[in-house]
Design a protein around this ligand. Structure first.
Ligand SMILES: C[S@@+](CC[C@H](N)C(=O)[O-])C[C@H]1O[C@@H](n2cnc3c(N)ncnc32)[C@H](O)[C@@H]1O
Length: 297
């Protein structure tokens, strides 16, 4: 399926990676299972990236992950990411998973940041109750201060998804949809399964996790210098926040190992063309849906 559309969310992701969003440019989008082909120069650059950040620095980054994200929000307050109004359009599940029209949905925005995904959802769909969490205390505070924050419709709490039990704030088997949007990439690959296991406990059987994140060979991955490489497909930015770039196979294996079933798992390839500068920026995202199976009867 080929679509032509501009996604606001992708331009804020571009900013996070130091890629200047260009509003004069055109872009197109393609979805599918084929990963992006590298040019010979790009393949050579990646093949030469053999030096890894020292173990000492890697351990420090892991220890300070929460602090680094909190400092990110201290520097940027709520102004960094744009609201993600695409979510309901992209993930029709949010509407489609209702068994009847005015059924109330319970969602969990895992790694909600300052609410750029959460608040548009609450505004666009009045029949949603949302749990939202993030490990940055500042981000959580910004969500609480948002004029749209209403405790009748929303509960935000601080939680490190790799170690704090979601069951302390969310009842077991109670959530209809979990959104995991550009969050797993920020987590060490060896701890990603802990996040998925945590989420599994609160998801209703038969319901889904909606995932969107960086895909393998995204332009942001190719811009990293070798001094910023942590491990295969895993890099650190200047501000200490980290980013993993997912292949569809890696993600599928990760979800399946925790007990989910795959529904959709495809690359979204976007080529943004800046005609003035003659530049083409290939963005790659992975958009997927994984289901917690119904209990055996
Ligand atoms: C790129 S932001 C995405 C925010 C939001 N989902 C959105 O779409 O706007 C990534 C978020 O993940 C959060 N995060 C990273 N690691 C986390 C962890 N272990 N537990 C909870 N949140 C985490 C960060 O604090 C940050 O707010």
């Amino acid at each position: 399926m080929t679509e032509f559309m501009l996604l606001q969310s992708d331009s804020s992701v571009a900013q996070l990676d130091g890629i200047k969003p260009n509003h004069e440019s055109g872009s197109f989008q393609k979805r599918g299972h084929k990963m992006r082909m590298l040019s010979p120069e790009e393949a050579e650059k990646l093949a030469k990236d053999l030096v890894l950040v020292s173990d000492f620095k890697q351990q420090k980054l892991e220890k300070e992950a929460q602090r680094n994200w909190d400092l990110f929000y201290k520097r940027n307050s709520t102004n960094f990411f744009k609201d993600r109004h695409w979510t309901t359009r992209e993930f029709e599940e949010l509407r489609a998973c209702r068994e009847f029209e005015d059924q109330k949905l319970t969602i969990l925005e895992a790694g909600c940041g300052v609410g750029n995904c959460l608040f548009p959802l609450l505004e666009e769909d009045l029949n949603i109750f949302a749990y939202a969490c993030d490990f940055s205390p500042r981000a959580v505070e910004y969500v609480k201060q948002n004029p749209l924050y209403d405790t009748q419709r929303c509960k935000v709490f601080q939680c490190d998804l790799t170690k704090d039990d979601l069951l302390e704030n969310v009842p077991p088997d109670s959530v209809d949809v979990v959104t995991l949007i550009f969050v797993l990439s920020a987590i060490h690959p060896e701890k990603m399964h802990l996040v998925l296991r945590n989420i599994y406990k609160v998801l209703k059987p038969g319901k889904c996790v909606l995932f969107r994140d960086y895909g393998l060979y995204d332009h942001a991955m190719l811009r990293f210098k070798s001094a910023n490489k942590l491990s295969e497909n895993f890099y650190v930015r200047q501000d200490g926040t980290r980013s993993y770039f997912f292949s569809d196979d890696f993600l599928a294996e990760l979800f399946l190992s925790v007990g989910y079933e795959q529904v959709v798992n495809e690359y979204v390839l976007r080529e943004t063309v800046n005609k003035k500068e003659g530049l083409s920026v290939p963005r790659v995202f992975l958009q997927s849906k994984f289901l917690k199976p119904q209990r055996e009867t």
